[in-house]
Design a protein around this ligand. Structure first.
Ligand code: IMP
Ligand code: MG
Length: 491
C-alpha cells in the first residue's frame, strides 16, 4: 500500500531503523543518477546521441543490451556504496575495541557520528558480497522505477551477517571463533503470530539440521509460562519440534540436550531432557545471576501494579473495555484482544509508547527520593515499605521492556538482551566445555521485532549478532543459507 497516510506513518521515528534508512538514502543517489536507460544512452554515447532519439525506436536486441549495461553500471555503483559502508563499520569496530575500558575515550567513529543510534557490531559485515548475492535474487540493479528499499537493505544486512558468521565457522579448531548459539524469537519468527510450531513447518527440518551440526539452539520468547508447569505450555507451542527431537535417531543425546527455551524474555529456563523425553524446568538458583536474584520483589510488584493500572486507563480511553482483556502474570502485564476482535494498529502503537513512557516514570520514581516512606501513613504499610526500601537500595536496575506484539501489548520484567546473555553464561557454567566461552560474536539471534521502540528483539542486539526477519518464510531462507555454508565447510 502506497498512500500519503502510509508514507507519513513510516516517517514516525519509532518505526524506523536509522542505519537501514541511512544506507537506503545512500543507495538512492546512484539510483537517481544511473538507473535510467535513456540517461545512460545519452551519457555513454554522447557523440552519436540525437535529441530526437527515443528508446522505443531501438531494436529489441539493442534495448536488451542497453538494459544490461545500465544494470551493470547500477550494480557497480551500489557495490561501491556497500564497500564504503563496510569500511566505516570496520573502523567503528576498531575504535570500539580501542575504547574498551578506557576512561578517556577516542572520538566516536565517523559512522557513529553520522548515525548516532547505531549499535555495536560484533563482526565485520561483508556487505559487497552480500549485496551481490541478493542482487541475483532480488534484481535490485535491474529496477528502473523502484529504488533499493528498506527491505532490500534489511535482507542484505542479514545475508552479510550470515556470511560473517559462517566465515568463522571452524569445526576443527575449538579455540577459534565460531558460531555456537542460535536463538530464535517465537511468534512471527518460527511460527505465524499466535500460532504454534507444527510438525510440517519447514523450519523444523532446519532446526534439526542445526542441532545435528552441534549448535546450541534456543527459543527466546516473550511468552511467559512460569515454573515446572510452564514446560507443558511450551510443549504445546513447540510440539512440532519437540516430538521430532524425541523421536530422532539421527541426533545424539548430547545434541538433543542442546535445545533450550528461555521464556518470559529472560525469566524461565527449560532444557530438553533425554531421560524425561521432554522439556524440563531449570530452577532459578542454577542459572540466575546474583544481580537478578537481588531484584526486589516489592519493586517488581510495584512495576506490575502500576502498569496494570495504566493499561486499565488506556483500555478505557480507547473504549476497549468490552473487546479486550488485561492479563496480569507474576512478571508481565498485557492487553490482548478478545476472540474475533482486532485492536487497531495505531491503538497498539499508542499503548506501547504510552507504557514505555510510564515505565520510565516508574523507574525514575523508584530510584528517587520521591518514593519515600514518609508518604505512607499506615503504620503496618510503613513497616513493609521500610523493609522494601532496604531491598530497593540493594538491587540494581531491574530490566523491563514494553512491546507491541502485533495483536497485543505487553510489559515484561526482563528483556531479550538478558535472556540471550544468560543462556551464553549458563551453557558455560561447566567451564571445561570445549565451546566456552560463548562470545557475542559467536551468537546469533533471529527475530522480527527490531524497530527501536516497542519491539522486544531489539534488545537482543546488545548480546548477540542479529538477523531481522519479517516472516517464518524468511527465517527458513536465512537458515538455508547458513546451513548450506556450514555444510560446505564441514564437507
Ligand atoms: P515472541 O514473539 O516469541 O517474543 O512472543 C510474543 C508474544 O507472546 C506476544 O505478542 C504475546 O502474544 C505472547 N505472550 C504470551 N504471554 C506473554 C507474556 O507473559 N509476556 C509477553 N508476551 C506474551
Ligand atoms: Mg516475535
Amino acid at each position: 500500500m502506497t498512500s500519503r497516510y502510509r508514507v507519513e506513518y513510516q516517517l514516525k521515528s519509532h518505526r524506523r531503523d536509522e542505519l537501514i534508512e541511512w544506507i537506503k538514502g545512500l543507495l538512492a543517489v546512484p539510483f537517481v543518477l544511473h538507473a535510467d536507460a535513456e540517461n545512460h544512452l545519452r551519457t555513454t554515447n554522447e557523440a552519436n546521441f540525437q535529441s530526437t532519439d527515443s528508446l522505443s525506436s531501438l531494436p529489441q536486441r539493442s534495448f536488451d543490451k542497453l538494459e544490461d549495461q545500465v544494470a551493470m553500471e547500477c550494480q557497480k555503483r551500489y557495490a561501491e556504496v556497500f564497500r564504503d559502508v563496510e569500511k566505516l563499520i570496520d573502523r567503528t569496530i576498531y575504535i570500539d575495541k580501542l575504547n574498551e575500558g578506557l576512561i578517556v575515550q577516542h572520538p566516536e567513529s565517523r559512522l557513529r557520528k553520522l548515525v548516532p543510534s547505531v549499535g555495536k557490531f560484533f563482526t565485520s559485515l561483508p556487505l559487497v558480497e552480500a549485496f551481490l548475492i541478493e542482487d541475483e535474487r532480488r534484481f535490485i540493479s535491474r529496477r528502473r522505477l523502484v529504488s533499493p528499499s528498506f527491505n532490500d537493505v534489511r535482507i542484505i544486512l542479514n545475508t552479510a551477517q550470515v556470511l560473517a558468521l559462517t566465515k568463522i565457522y571452524d569445526l576443527d579448531n575449538h579455540k577459534a571463533d565460531r558460531l555456537k548459539l542460535i536463538t530464535f524469537d517465537g511468534d512471527v519468527t518460527l511460527y505465524e503470530d499466535g500460532q504454534n510450531l507444527t510438525p510440517d513447518a519447514p523450519v523444523v527440518e532446519r532446526l534439526m539440521k542445526l542441532l545435528k551440526l552441534n549448535m546450541f539452539i534456543a527459543v527466546v520468547t516473550a511468552a511467559g509460562y512460569p515454573g515446572k508447569s510452564g514446560a507443558e505450555n511450551y510443549y504445546y507451542r513447540l510440539k512440532g519440534l519437540l516430538d521430532r527431537i524425541k523421536e530422532s535417531d539421527e541426533l545424539t543425546d548430547v545434541q538433543k540436550e542442546n535445545f533450550f527455551v528461555m521464556g518470559g524474555e529472560s525469566n524461565y529456563l527449560f532444557r530438553y531432557n533425554v531421560r524425561a523425553g521432554k522439556l524440563v524446568f531449570i530452577e532459578a538458583d542454577e542459572w540466575y545471576p546474583p544481580l537478578m536474584a537481588l531484584w526486589s520483589k516489592f519493586k517488581i510488584n510495584y512495576i506490575m501494579d502500576s502498569t496494570y493500572e495504566h493499561l486499565l486507563l488506556l483500555q478505557k480511553r480507547f473504549d476497549l473495555v468490552d473487546n479486550t482483556t488485561i492479563i496480569k502474570k507474576e512478571r508481565s502485564v498485557g492487553i490482548i484482544p478478545n476472540k474475533g476482535y482486532k485492536i487497531l494498529r495505531e491503538e497498539l502503537e499508542e499503548m506501547v509508547l504510552s507504557c514505555s513512557n510510564k515505565l520510565n516514570d516508574i523507574l525514575t520514581k523508584l530510584s528517587s527520593d520521591l518514593f519515600s516512606i514518609d508518604t505512607v501513613s499506615d503504620h503496618q504499610e510503613r513497616f513493609t515499605r521500610r523493609n522494601s526500601l532496604v531491598e530497593l537500595t540493594q538491587d540494581e536496575n531491574i530490566r523491563v521492556c514494553a512491546f507491541n506484539g502485533g495483536q497485543d501489548v505487553w510489559v515484561d520484567i526482563g528483556d531479550k538482551a538478558l535472556g540471550v546473555e544468560l543462556l551464553q553464561k549458563f551453557l558455560c557454567r561447566e567451564e571445561l566445555l570445549q565451546s566456552c566461552p560463548i562470545l557475542k560474536s559467536e551468537s546469533l539471534h533471529v527475530g522480527d521485532q527490531f524497530a527501536s521502540v516497542g519491539a522486544n528483539d531489539y534488545k537482543a542486539r546488545l548480546s548477540a549478532c542479529t538477523a531481522w526477519i519479517a516472516s517464518p518464510r524468511e527465517t527458513v531462507a536465512i537458515l538455508d543459507d547458513l546451513i548450506a555454508r556450514m555444510e560446505d565447510i564441514v564437507n
